[in-house]
Design a protein around this ligand. Structure first.
Ligand SMILES: *Cc1c(COP(=O)(O)O)cnc(C)c1O
Length: 228
């Protein structure tokens, strides 16, 4: 078995264990393997091990990698988990299966327009800047309810959940709990939260989707360990 296959198995095992321990349904948690900046042979190893769900944070990089891989492997789904510029919305709608980073009115409006034009109504997540950090994308927790309403009612976007990246170097648990609370009061089913360092905690707090990169694929060429 390749290292990637072993890591995938281990990660899935840990998700299941955490879900069972905290009385969450393990079948409701999916593993998004974050393949950004990874050599393509590692991504192929994951595909050959049967994994089909991936995350990328850049439109351009995903565009170079995934059309070929999707032609080689069936039923692959790729989520956009990084910031999206409105001038790349059209390309993103064509490339991705889910967009997790809807974070501002202008992007919501343009995404809705592009989806309508090509008849491709992708599920989306609203990204919440859960720790209200200056440098991070996402709507503030206080603005989340009205922004979600704007996305669904004004633009007709298919918002299925919320996504967040808690502040680095702090306990993630309270932030995960807060995201869950915002999702619940807005009747949203899905929570994309948890990365290599904290996905088991995210599962404890009801994550339905964890985004694990280095924990599956190893370091990204030593250039980047986790998100900034
Ligand atoms: C890179 C990235 C991840 C994966 O991070 P790891 O620490 O490698 O697991 C998850 N979510 C987002 C938004 C990312 O940009």
């Amino acid at each position: 078995m390749s290292d990637v296959a072993k890591n995938l198995k281990e990660t899935l095992g840990r998700i299941e264990k955490s879900a069972t321990k905290w009385k969450q349904d393990p079948d409701q948690v999916s593993l998004v393997a974050v393949s950004k900046k990874q050599p393509v042979d590692r991504v192929v190893a994951a595909l050959e091990a049967g994994h089909r769900l991936f995350g990328e944070n850049r439109v351009q990089e995903a565009g170079q990698k995934w059309p070929d891989l999707k032609a080689r492997f069936n039923d692959v789904k790729v989520h956009l988990i990084g910031p999206l510029q409105t001038n790349k919305a059209k390309e993103a709608v064509a490339l991705f299966d889910v967009i997790e980073t809807v974070d501002r009115p202008k992007l919501a409006r343009i995404l809705a327009k592009e989806m309508k034009e090509v008849g491709r109504h992708l599920p989306v997540f609203v990204q919440v800047n859960i720790g209200e950090e200056e440098q991070k994308a996402g709507v503030s927790p206080a603005d989340a309810d009205s922004f979600i309403r704007e996305c669904t009612e004004d633009h007709g976007l298919n918002v299925i959940g919320l996504m967040c990246i808690p502040p680095a170097g702090e306990q993630a648990a309270p932030y995960f709990a807060l995201l869950g609370k915002i999702a619940k009061r807005n009747n949203l089913q899905h929570l994309s939260m948890g990365m290599s360092s904290d996905y088991e905690i995210a599962v404890q707090f009801g994550a339905t989707s964890v985004r694990v990169g280095t924990g599956i694929f190893g370091d990204r060429d030593g250039t980047e360990k986790t998100q900034a």
